[in-house]
Ligand binder design. Sequence first.
Ligand code: TYM
Length: 374
Amino acid sequence: MVSKVSPKVNPYEVEGKIDYDRIVKDFGIKKLTKSDLGRIKRLAGELHPYLRRGIFFANRDLNWCLDEYEKGNKFFLYTGCGPSGPIHLGHLGTWRFTKWLQDKFGVELWFQFTDDEKFLFKNKSYQEIQDWTYENMLDVIALGFDSKKTHFLVDTKHAGIMYPEAIKVAKKITFSTIKAAFGFKDSSNIGSIFYTSMQTVPVFLPNVLRNEKRPCLIPLGVDQDPHFRISRDVVEKLGHKKPAVLHSKFMPPITGLEGKMSSSFADHAILTTDTPKQVKKKINKYAFSGGQPTVEEHRKLGGNPDIDVSFQWLKYFEFDDNKLVQIEKDYRSGKLLSGELKLILIEKVNSFLAEHQKKREQAKKQIDKYLYKI
Ligand code: TYM
């Protein structure tokens, strides 16, 4: 049922040069078409730059979800965070887009913090994971989700409502399915084998709690799709609808286009808590450049924005298409130097983070408003 993708892309490993066409084929997902984008634009009133730029690039059952929406059966959004370290710009891209969906469609968001997952998979203590759960919540709140329409589920804290549903899911998944999807071995701990059941529960929990039949739409980075590839079949067997999914490409690490930005190497990711100085230093020192070795060569031959990390990251921060196109043109022609391109990025990221960090501080008083009350 679940085929393995090489180079590796799954929730626990993203390695090598990512071939998105191959992922589409191997995962059995569908690229977003012009007509899909046109439909989103018609319903939302505009297209988010991440859709225009192909950052969100694929889906499962989006059209069914929008059919229901047009019939008056609003979907709810579901996404999540595995709290084991600091939040970086890659996570934020997925969640900023989720916030846009919430605003444009006026829908609820169920946001799962998988503290159980990270305790089981990472070499960190239970307390460390709890501390990261708190820190990560601040980043999510700082993005401005509507507190009246957003519900945080923390797996160990909401176990009372989640566990009865998780065992129903678990009973329908075999060890061999999980092994094939994630490459687990006999030496893997038994909690990790069970875990996909917990990530499945929010797909239908809101409907169980309220006795409703709303569609679920999951925006995610494509590494998380394997969980749902398994659970889509299972939830149907339990009498629920399969969730729709919107898939994002990975924001690349600072060192180049292979793999994904991850906080495992703090120097290679921009963290939401980085100071302006740290941002400047990381980008100037590490950001892989598509420029030429000398200014003279650069002026003559031009740079290559397609492999230049600063340019690729700008796609996440410069929302004005005209400006982005001009920067691309100037870089290709050699008019804009690598150092100048980096400076544009540094200013964009730092002004975003200044605002984010202010809201992150204010979020400390707001957590209770977001936690789902049992
Ligand atoms: P986690 O904490 O690894 O990542 C949270 C979300 O951020 C996405 N992401 C990225 N997207 C683009 N570029 C990157 N460099 C990048 N790094 C991370 C992830 O794909 C994910 O969407 N098990 C999950 C938590 C979870 C979840 C969910 C995620 C629970 N339920 C439902 C998505 C949907 C996890 O550990 O995510």
